[in-house]
Ligand binder design. Structure first.
Ligand SMILES: Cc1cc2nc3c(=O)[nH]c(=O)nc-3n(C[C@H](O)[C@H](O)[C@H](O)COP(=O)(O)OP(=O)(O)OC[C@H]3O[C@@H](n4cnc5c(N)ncnc54)[C@H](O)[C@@H]3O)c2cc1C
Ligand code: SF4
Ligand code: SF4
Length: 396
């Protein structure tokens, strides 16, 4: 497999199509299920499986078999231009956003400010998973005319824990979709609904695998689908779980029914609050067996290509760890602090959070396989030999 073909920003002609995407990303286990290829395909021939254990794209036309595309044979290359795991995606996104590649020691990507933040509005803070920053930012971006709507994760009407990509444009909708679901939700898929609703200035909220898709699309000129995205909010992430974890582990072993769950979080352990007021902790090691396949090779803990990346590691549960990455992200965060929409303090005051951020970023980068483009693994220190008493990192 070739791993060195340059992005179209250089003079090399970009010829890779679905055939190469299938061969190099989908069948090798690099595919995260982000749906970047699905939403950009101008011929609508890429479908997406939402079913348990899947979350992967597939070709809808079988004319040339599952592994080739007639439009690709005729010169269409859009899907590989949109894929944030195809060939040299990390340098392409870094160069596009920051004008330089990350230094080998920049384990959690390139940043401008590290903060702990929380929404000043009590309701927003309460509804948020951690400090409510993401929801506060969406409301602020809309109120200040940066965006019309955002692509986020809602839930199915009949299942409060089955995540589905949705468009939100009002404060009520933003708050109704706050909080974290720890199963996968390909939020970019909601772009079609946004278009149908007439929204063409969008924010994306998504895991790192999804937020890297935007700068990759912009850099590789993937076409008009990428243009409505004006703000990119990342969620820190070590993994997502298969939906089967609810029945096969939480219910089968602990008797915790999905329909009776109120809130969940991951802080070293899987925390579950039930509607009856009870609280339960489940060892993360027990959950590992339900890790979604698309996460197993993912090197990006810190949503390294978002405008602002957000997470919940640290001493306090009710603050959002905030990695301000781009100039635009900094403009928005600074204005939100200045007008009192959020309160903030330097994240460096929380040593535990800083250590975990680096450690969990390293752990994720170590998963990137040797057969793929080398960039995400550059500078990653090898694992230390385990002593019998060494504890595993206490992140999500
Ligand atoms: C699957 C998952 C794994 C995570 N893992 C980590 C981790 O390992 N370490 C860490 O520090 N932080 C992790 N986070 C981030 C953390 O849980 C919070 O989302 C983040 O701190 C922002 O909190 P907030 O209160 O500012 O956001 P809120 O105001 O609560 O907004 C959260 C936003 O995330 C969206 N969302 C919820 N679930 C999903 C989903 N499954 N897929 C896509 N979008 C979703 C919501 O629609 C909402 O817009 C994870 C989040 C998710 C969803
Ligand atoms: S990583 Fe995303 S863009 Fe790439 S093949 Fe998978 S779903 Fe498509
Ligand atoms: S670990 Fe998170 S960022 Fe990586 S592929 Fe899985 S969901 Fe995406």
């Amino acid at each position: 497999m070739t791993t060195t073909e340059a992005a179209p920003a250089t003079s090399t002609r970009w010829t890779a199509q679905w055939k190469e995407l299938y061969d190099e990303v989908i069948t090798t286990g690099l595919c995260t299920g982000c749906a970047g290829c699905v939403v950009t395909c101008p011929h609508d021939v890429i479908g997406y499986e939402h079913e348990e254990g899947k979350y992967i794209p597939f070709h809808l036309e079988e004319e040339l078999g599952l592994d080739n595309c007639i439009h690709g044979e005729k010169g269409c290359t859009t899907c590989t231009r949109a894929c944030p795991r195809f060939r040299n995606w990390e340098p392409a996104a870094d160069l596009h956003l920051f004008g330089r590649q990350r230094e080998p020691d920049e384990m959690y990507g390139i940043w401008r400010q590290l903060l702990l933040t929380r929404a000043s509005d009590d309701m927003v803070h309460r509804m948020g998973q951690d400090g409510g920053l993401v929801s506060a930012m969406l409301i602020w971006l809309r109120d200040h005319d940066y965006i019309d709507a955002a692509l986020v994760s809602g839930v199915e009407d009949d299942d409060a824990w089955k995540a589905k990509p949705v468009v939100v444009s009002t404060t009520d909708e933003i708050l109704a979709t706050a909080g974290s679901r720890y199963t996968y939700c390909a939020n970019p898929l909601a772009v079609r609904d946004a278009k149908d609703q007439g929204h063409d200035r969008l924010a994306l909220v998504g895991m790192g695998c999804q937020t890297s898709a935007l700068p990759v699309m912009w850099d590789r000129k993937a076409g008009k689908v990428s243009r409505p995205f004006l703000f990119n909010i990342g969620l820190l992430c070590s993994k997502t779980f298969d939906d089967a974890i609810f029945t096969e582990l939480f219910e089968a072993k602990y008797g915790l029914k999905k329909s009776e769950m109120l809130k969940m979080n991951i802080k070293g352990v899987f925390q579950i609050w039930m509607h009856d007021g009870s609280y339960h902790e489940i060892d993360l090691k027990e959950c590992h067996g339900w890790t979604r396949t698309g996460c197993l090779h993912c090197p990006d803990f810190a949503a390294e290509h978002s405008d602002v990346a957000t997470g919940g590691i640290g001493e306090d549960n009710d603050w959002t760890l905030t990695i301000v990455r781009t100039e635009l992200g900094e403009e928005v965060i600074n204005r939100m602090i200045a007008d009192g929409s959020i309160i903030s303090r330097p994240a460096q005051t929380d040593e535990k959070a800083m250590k975990l951020l680096r450690l969990l970023s390293i752990v994720s980068r170590r998963r990137w396989p040797e057969f793929a483009d080398a960039a995400p693994a550059i500078g990653v220190p090898p694992p230390k030999k385990k002593t019998p008493s060494a504890a595993s990192p206490a992140g999500h």
